[in-house]
Design a protein around this ligand. Structure first.
Ligand code: BGC
Ligand code: CA
Length: 352
């Protein structure tokens, strides 16, 4: 237990030094190449698990921006279908991709992709969905760009605890001192969903606050699914619910839509809601007082880092050459998470 915490603190320190370094070399990728035609540029093959994911659409935009003038980015929508993604990888390799940037549909499919890349001796940068360490360790040219998943749960837990302490006179509706919460989880098996769900609650408890889980279920990262779940929970528990914790902002927005239908956020009917990502729509909700806070999941830097490493690989250079990124012991670039509330909302706005 203690050991785990120590590791987390260590990685947070590493993360902050990356953040610091980030501030110092902003124009690392700013110069536009005038080599003109896409055909002259080395090809990078990329897949996004599904374009229809709110957060991934921002990562995708960052990738496209970072690729401009540097590589011919062949970007595919895997439509949440792992078999389709594997076919896309075959096609990308056949079309001459010099490196791959892969956002897996199913984290368990990483080995299949590595086998294909290895056969052609090309580098794979996995991003956003972390593969098992053994897969990265098994191929010299496999890397990961993402975050430290647990860190977002810890930060969210601190946010929940702080907000609760400051407002419990009003928010502890049944006056038992405990938080009766519902939790909307991301996709089961997704490392971010698993770690966030675990660490948010562990952290609240470590702060000495007792909790009661009224309900927990997956909303698959999706706003509409979250609205349906929240509708059902409100019908069942209504006044008993004291906190809505979600693994991402998409589901937080979905929960808020349901709460609004039920009369919340009007008069003095209020419900604390927290998310992760800091997408612009969630920042808007924070400003309107309908969300307590979120945790910045830095889409821009994750997208840029993915392309910078893939570009270096496509040019037969060391993946880190000329970038501000560092690899940890697990061959991963981990972009730090940041707590976002009304007080530092600008940090979130600047990041998107
Ligand atoms: C984000 C989610 C997103 C998921 C996709 C997570 O890191 O927080 O919003 O749906 O990645 O894999
Ligand atoms: Ca209570």
């Amino acid at each position: 237990m203690f050991k785990k915490k120590k590791g987390l603190i260590l990685s947070l320190t590493v993360a902050s030094s990356i953040l610091f370094a980030a501030g110092c070399s902003d124009d690392a990728s700013g110069t536009k190449s005038d080599s003109g035609k896409k055909g002259d540029l080395p090809a990078v093959g990329a897949t996004i698990y599904k374009f229809d994911d709110n957060f991934m659409s921002y990562v995708r935009r960052a990738m496209e921006t970072a690729a401009e003038g540097k590589v011919n980015l062949m970007l595919n929508d895997s439509q949440n279908d792992q078999a389709k993604q594997i076919e896309q990888v075959d096609t990308l390799i056949a079309k001459g991709a010099k490196s791959l940037a892969i956002n897996l549909v199913d984290p368990k499919a990483a080995q299949t992709i590595v086998d294909k890349a290895k056969a052609k001796d090309i580098t794979v940068i996995f991003f956003n969905k972390e593969p098992d360490q053994s897969v990265l360790d098994g191929y010299e040219k496999a890397y990961y760009v993402g975050t430290n998943s647990a860190e977002s749960g810890v930060i969210q837990g601190e946010l929940v605890a702080k907000a609760w302490e400051a407002n419990k006179a009003k928010w502890d509706k049944n006056g038992d001192g405990k938080i009766q919460y519902v939790l909307l989880k991301g996709e089961p098996g997704h490392p971010d969903a698993e770690a966030r769900t675990k660490w948010v609650i562990e952290t609240v408890k470590e702060k000495g606050i007792e909790v009661d889980e009224l309900a927990m279920d997956t909303g698959m990262w999706d706003a509409m699914k979250a609205t349906e779940k929240m509708d059902a929970w409100l019908a069942k528990y209504n006044e008993e619910i004291e906190f809505v914790i979600t693994n991402n902002d998409g589901m937080a927005l979905g929960a808020i839509a349901s709460l609004e239908k039920a009369g919340y956020f009007a008069g003095d009917k209020f419900m604390p809601v927290v998310g992760v990502d800091a997408i612009p729509e969630a920042l808007d909700m924070i400003e309107k007082g309908k969300m307590v806070g979120t945790v910045l999941n830095d889409a821009k830097n994750q997208g840029a880092a993915t392309i910078e490493l893939a570009t270096n690989a496509a040019n037969n250079m060391d993946v880190l050459e000329g970038t501000k990124w560092k690899l940890d012991d697990n061959k991963a670039v981990r972009v730090p998470y940041v707590e976002i509330t009304k007080e530092n909302i600008q940090v979130g706005k600047d990041a998107y």
